[in-house]
Structures are given as structure tokens and as C-alpha cells.
Write a protein that binds this ligand. Sequence first.
Ligand SMILES: Cc1ncc(COP(=O)(O)O)c(C=O)c1O
Length: 451
Amino acid sequence: MNHSNTGSIPGKLLQALQERTPTLWCNPHYQLTSAVVLPGDAGSPAQAHDRLARHAEVLSRLFSELASSHGQVSSPLLPVPQLREALLPGAADAGNWFVKADHDLPVAGSVKARGGFHEVLSLAERLLQEHSAPGVPLPELDSQQARAIFARYTVAVGSTGNLGLSIGQIAKALGFHAVVHMSADAKQWKKDRLRARGIEVIEHSGDYAKAVQAGREQAEQDPCGYFVDDENSAALFMGYAASARELAGQLAQAGRPVDAQHPLFVYLPCGVGGAPGGITYGLKHQFGEHVHCFFAEPVASPCMLVQLASGQDALLSVYDIGLDNRTEADGLAVGLASPLVAPLMRDMLAGVFTVADERLFVDALRFHQTEGALIEPSAAAGFNGPNWLLRSEGGQAFLAGHGLDHSLPQATHVLWSTGGSLVPATEHQHFQEQGRALLQASANGSWGVPG
Ligand SMILES: Cc1ncc(COP(=O)(O)O)c(C=O)c1O
């Protein structure tokens, strides 16, 4: 098949992508300090952080899982020395490693809690403002008065699963009618969990983009319908960006400075790009030139890599270059990058690497074996990041090119682990069996490890 519209993706890179060879792409347009600002009235990462904090008390009343954190939607930052040793044995230059454990985020069990909660809280605030007389204090979001207003509205979303769990649960808890349009690859347990909580689930036979499109069209026909548009939402994006402040506080508490002598490298699983893009945006606002973010995508679904490496504004999907977007990493099975996020990442993102599905199972298993954590395969996508950066030719050229090669022993690496705490035990067992079988089948278990 001839794929003529591939933008200006360099031939060698295009071939590696088409052959599904795990690859690191370092962004030639990367600017250490990016001045890019999200257009429109979505506010700032700090405002999103304040919004989530403002409603913490309501959240702790709505969800018993949030009682111990007093309503804060936050996750631990875990030091992972043993995981580091398993992934990069004996490396003197590997610096300090942490996992940002968003797989453990309460209620939704994934990074999607951040953006999803933020968007639905923003909507709820706006509706109360619209329905209240000027100057009158707004009622609490969980008051009878507020619920009576929310009950008139439907909140809908299209999702491969985890965003649906986030939006569906917060919307339902506030009293909205909640509808989740799910793609064929969404896991059955996610659909079951939503339905058990009174959330309407509509299944679609196509991929993620089809589910989003169907949801968008249905919501457009409903005057009281609100669609959370994962491909275009600034409110989701800012909710993810709010995490930067949380991470800054945790790094400070762990005694890890972020400055010229102590660079911070962050590795983020990417689907449509909203979550990793928002986090990157927040981190760049927080740490400027001293943080460097890399996205991780499945070899079958490298939509952000394809879009950014094409060097064009016109949208380019993984299907356009002959890939099928079929991956076990259901949360990352996205063929076309967000048209909102991709342009923002053009000079802000350090690079993207791709990951074979086998590697996801093996790395999720390694995390369990070394640190006792249970995550879903998608959430392990970033774990090979330090390896790419420190051990591949492209990674070393990136480090030297940006004057980062001398500070590596003092560097901090954060692997963002994005989902898994709600996954049923039987599924985890299945993931681990696959990981063990793959490790046994391979003498060194080194899929996609460069050099
Ligand atoms: C576990 C997990 N990690 C990462 C992502 C990526 O988020 P985004 O699609 O916003 O890029 C998703 C998306 O659903 C996910 O479920």
C-alpha cells in the first residue's frame, strides 16, 4: 500500500514506525523555554489547582475514597530504587528515579481523574452561575439546590475506558445524567463498573475516535447535553496541568531540587495527548528550562509522534502511514493526536518514543516484582524512557545538544504511571502471566531496549 501523505517524516523514521520498531524521536524544534500559551479562557494550571482545592470538601463528601485525603485528588511520588536497578542495572549515571503513582488516584484509578474532575467541576460552577442571581453566593455543589439544576443536564464523553470512569463517576455523583460512549477496545470490567453505578454506557464497534464522534453528535442534538471532548478540551488539559504544583511540592519534600545542576526528566504515556500534554504544559510553567518531557506511545499507535514529526498542521493519523492502531494498551489506542494539544507540544515536548506491547507487560511485571505496585499495561509505557535517553545514540545526542550530559548523576527521572488501581485482580493476574511468559521466552527480556 502506498502511503503518500506522510508530511515530512524523515524516511528512516517513517520506516521504523511502519515496521513497528521501537524508536526514539527527539524533537528538532524543542525549545528549553517555551512561551506557548493555551489560547482561550481556560485559565492557568494554578487556577485549575485552586479550583480542585476549592471543592475538596464537597469531593470528600461525595466519595468515601477521598475522605482520608480530605478531598484532594492527589497521588504519591514513590522512590523506586529497585525498579531502577531492574530496568537499568548498575548504572552510575542513572540519577534518582521516582514513579508518580497516578495509577493510585482515588475514585477513577487513573490520571484521567485529574482532567475529568476538573472539567466537570468547571461545568458545575458555570451552571450554578448561570442559574443564580448576580451577587447571590453560589450554593455548594452537592446542595439540593445545585443537584436540582444538574439533574436537568446530561454529561457525555467518548472514551477507551479510563476517561469514562472519571467523567462518569464525578458527573453521576453530582447528580447529572452521565453517558459514556465506549470504543470496541474498552475493557468489559470498565463497562460493568460504570453500569453498576448507574452510568449509561453506549458501546461502539469502531475505535476511540468513532466513540468520541458518536458522543459529540448525540450531545449536539440535546439542548441540555454537555460533551466532554477528549480531543479538544481545554478544561481537561488544565486539570492535568494542575498536577505540576503537586509534583513540585513532592520533589521539594523528597529533597530533590530542579535547577541547572539537577535537571528533571519526565516520561508520560500518551493516547490522544490531553493528559501528557497538560502535564507537560504544567511542568514547563513550573520548572521552565530545567524540565524535559517525553511521551511514550505503543508501536501501533504513535499518533503524537506521527503528527509532530510530520512537521505539518494538517492532521495525520497512524492509519495514514499504514499502522492499524491495535494494541493491548487500550488507553493509548488512539490513531489521531488531539488537534488542541499537538500544536502546543510542537516546541515544548523534548521527544516521543514508541513501545512494543510485550515491553508493557514485562515492565508492569517488573514494577510489581520490585516495588509491589499493580498497574495496567498502558501505565508502564514510560518506563523505558531513561533507557532511551541514557543508552541510545539519539538520547545521548539530545543530552549533549542541550548541555545536559554533565548533570546526569544529579538528575531526577519521573516515570508517570497512569492507571491500574481499579483493575480487577483476575486481570492483573492475566497481565502478570503474560509478563512472565514473555520474560521466560526471551533470554534477556529486552524488547525495544536500544544498544
Ligand atoms: C492508563 C492511561 N494512561 C495514559 C492515557 C493517555 O491519556 P491521553 O489520552 O489524554 O493522552 C490514558 C488515556 O485514556 C490512559 O487510560
